[in-house]
Design a protein around this ligand. Structure first.
Ligand SMILES: [Zn+2]
Ligand SMILES: [Zn+2]
Ligand SMILES: [Zn+2]
Length: 760
């Protein structure tokens, strides 16, 4: 027998063993004396060859062999005690020798008798040489893992026990994948992941702040959809931090909002090193930048001094409010002596906080209650009273909060992670899980979109206002409106004297309790307000105003009382409708949508073209033609980089790119807060890179790191950049398809993407 290569010989013997019912091992190789590292002969043996060597002597014994059976040692190390072995001294083997004359491998000796039973045909699948995990099974295992499905079920999908792999192979595969992902460190792999996301959609935004040692300190990221959603639902934000979501103990800080279905949505999130004011300043600044500089109307957080300071500095005009639930929780803790006693305190306090609609009324009730329960000298209550405007509803009813009093929605997103994020979760896994959470939020929204759009509200004939509301509101908002509407019959109205512009009405309950509100309405413009401030706070008309409408025979809701953010079509921007992409011009988001749509289509095409050389040539030719056409259309210079047709690997790669180091285990809350002034401002990676001199821009008149040629407000430049960006993406795409598995090209892509960071 003659073989061209050693591998060929090994494969041949392995295949032979597979048929005969034994599996093989490489036993030894001999090298020439003349030239080092040139193998001249090799012996393949039956796996049953040799003797079992006990653990402590194995090292020495194995050293005698030319080729060590490393797996064996590893195996023993791992399991500790090994009570069985396959080795029984079988002599079956095949030796091959390199023939110098023909430069081929010849079989020099062959032993075919075994001293053991061969494996029966039906069990041969269990043999080591038959253990192969098909690529499809590997992909399925990864998918199962991502979707939190039981991985042990994968083998059964591929046909139960008679296949070449079992669930242990699936777990091993996952471990290998994880090791590959974390190559270069956890933080670095997060960065790589973010870059990949940004390449997929340039609207993906991320920022990583490093300390002086290049160690990642804070991560912030937000996807394109969340950024778009912020344009429509960014008026109210709740912000909260939680712990124990990852192995670094980094606080997780999501920005949460509410959509037109009253569902919680995300406006990006961060993993922070600590909770100092410095960190929050960085986070809020970065977040604001990602959100196009638009400040929210109102923000709800937990009581935290560092957070408060940062919010006051970054969002000076945003109404900052403390979570009512967190404060109420403290009542039980701090006032246990009265809170749990059988007294009216609990009920009275609730009434005082929740059911007061005038500031004087609240303050009066509070003082009364303090006197009654002898709490006037309680320090904690007094300090709480001092900051009453930041937590008591009555001080905040005039501002839009979408009806929220608590950070409950932030906690909702945290509870999503409860099941599958543990204190050992690494950063990359966490980031991926967060993306899943986003996907779930998106799915829920589109489910509700469907329900809301294609199911009709049931309204009685005579209820004109309700009928009108049904046309505009989403299902969930309509239900809220209907609640108010259903209470209308419980009230009576009388007109009271007022100044010229408005008519005033006193709306009283027909039920026994004392409850009355003054409603003011301009009968020309139908502008008006109610003392209960439900519309200002929730954005939905209150029963009192509705009662006045009914009394005045107003059958349609005035337009200014239907907030755009509660309307059925409030999120229409999200739909990737080709038509609207073309017609809905002039809007910033449609440019982003077009870009993402084009990239998507181009990727699909490139994947097809990558399969053969002819298809590739066709693709490139068409691309060149297309670029000619496009550059004729616009004045912009648009050519495909010439290196696409040449050898892409020859392009220089910047090897100076530093690796991002993993974060330290985080400081726990409060520990670092005492020395806020002492801790110096961390320099961000981007900041470190941008030590250019600042100067005044002639176009926007700002002192900044740009001039009029590259001013962000220069539209011409932006257009240009996005074209370049698209080209770069295409270019990267082609590179990736040409060199699948080629690490160099991947580095190149990363490098180019990092150039685009500033633009996004
Ligand atoms: Zn054997
Ligand atoms: Zn009202
Ligand atoms: Zn400028």
């Amino acid at each position: 027998m003659v073989f061209d290569t050693m591998e060929e010989a090994r494969n041949y013997y392995e295949e032979y063993g597979r048929q005969e019912g034994f599996w093989i091992r490489t036993r030894s190789s001999s090298k020439t004396r003349r030239r080092l590292d040139e193998v001249t002969s090799r012996q393949f043996v039956c796996a049953h060859e040799g003797k079992y060597v006990p653990k402590n002597t194995s090292q020495k014994a194995l050293e005698e062999n030319d080729e060590k059976d490393i797996n064996e040692i590893e195996n023993m190390k791992r399991t500790g005690k090994n009570c069985s072995t396959v080795k029984c001294g079988c002599k079956a083997s095949m030796r091959i020798k390199l023939d110098r004359w023909s430069n081929k491998w010849k079989v020099s000796s062959f032993q075919d008798s075994h001293n053991h039973k061969p494996v029966t045909p039906e069990r041969r699948m269990k043999m080591k040489s038959n253990r192969v995990m098909p690529k499809a099974a590997k992909i399925l295992t990864e998918t199962f893992h991502e979707e939190n499905l039981p991985i042990a079920k994968v083998p059964s999908i591929f046909g139960g026990p008679h296949i070449g792999f079992n669930n242990r192979d699936c777990y091993n595969h996952l471990r290998n994948v994880r090791h590959r992902q974390l190559d270069g460190g956890d933080a670095q792999s997060v960065l790589t992941y973010f870059r990949k996301k940004q390449a997929e959609n340039p609207q993906f935004f991320y920022a990583i702040q490093c300390d002086e040692n290049g160690r990642a300190a804070n991560f912030f990221w937000v996807d394109a959809r969340s950024r778009m959603a912020y344009n429509y639902f960014g008026d109210v934000v709740t912000f909260d931090t939680t712990y124990r979501t990852n192995k670094y103990d980094m606080p997780f800080a999501p920005f949460t909002g509410v959509n037109h279905h009253l569902q919680s949505i995300q406006f990006g999130c961060a993993l922070l090193q600590d909770e100092t004011e410095v960190t929050f300043l960085w986070l809020f600044e970065t977040w604001l930048e990602a959100m196009g500089g638009r400040h929210p109307v109102s923000i709800i957080t937990d009581q935290d001094l560092a957070m408060k300071g940062a919010i006051a500095k970054i969002f000076p005009n945003t109404r900052h409010r403390l979570c009512l639930w967190h404060i109420k929780k403290k009542f039980a803790e701090k006032l246990s002596h009265v809170y749990f006693k059988k007294s009216k305190f609990k009920i009275q306090m609730k009434k005082c906080i929740r059911s007061t609609y005038k500031i004087e009324e609240f303050e009066e009730k509070w003082k009364e209650l303090m006197k009654e329960c002898e709490l006037a000298n309680d320090d904690w209550l007094n300090s709480l009273y001092d900051i009453r405007s930041s937590w008591v509803p009555v001080y905040n009813r005039g501002i839009f909060f979408a009806g929220m009093n608590t950070t409950g929605r932030s906690e909702g997103i945290n509870s999503f992670f409860d099941g599958f994020v543990t204190p050992t979760t690494n950063l990359r896994e966490f980031v991926v899980k967060y993306e899943q959470a986003l996907k779930r939020i998106m799915d829920r929204e589109s489910d509700e979109d469907f329900e809301s759009e294609h199911k009709y509200r049931i309204v009685n004939e005579g209820e004109f206002l309700l009928k009108h509301a049904a046309k505009f509101y989403t299902r969930n908002v309509f239900n809220k409106f209907k609640d108010e509407w259903s209470k209308v019959t419980l009230y009576k109205v009388e007109e009271i004297p007022c100044d010229d512009e408005y008519h005033a009405y006193l709306v009283k309950t027909k039920l026994g309790e004392h409850e009355e509100f003054v409603v003011k309405l301009n009968l020309q413009t139908y502008k008006g307000m109610c003392e209960c401030q439900n519309f200002e706070f929730v954005g939905i008309l209150c029963r009192h105003l509705l009662k006045v409408f009914v009394r005045l025979d107003i059958d349609t809701l005035p337009d200014h009382f239907i907030l755009p953010r509660w309307r059925q079509e409030a999120n229409k921007f999200r739909i990737m409708d080709f038509k609207s992409l073309v017609t809905n011009d002039g809007k910033e988001e449609s440019e982003a949508l077009r870009l993402s749509h084009m990239c998507h289509q181009a990727t699909k095409l490139a994947c097809i073209a990558a399969s053969s050389n002819e298809a590739y040539t066709t693709f490139i030719e068409a691309l060149n033609e297309l670029s000619k056409k496009l550059s004729d259309n616009s004045t912009q210079h648009a050519t495909i980089p010439s290196s696409t047709t040449g050898d892409p690997c020859s392009t220089n790669i910047d090897s100076s790119q530093l690796l991002l180091l993993d974060p330290n285990i985080s400081q726990t809350k409060g520990r670092k807060k005492d020395n806020i002034s002492g801790s110096k401002r961390l320099k961000s990676g981007i900041e470190l890179a941008q030590n250019k001199k600042k100067r005044k821009c002639a176009l926007c008149k700002k002192i900044a790191q740009h001039d009029k040629r590259n001013c962000p407000s220069n539209l011409k430049r932006r257009k240009n950049e996005s074209t370049n960006l698209c080209q770069k993406l295409m270019f990267n795409l082609i590179l990736m398809n040409l060199n699948l598995g080629n690490e160099e090209s991947e580095d190149l892509c990363q490098d180019m993407e990092s150039d685009d960071q500033e633009y996004c």
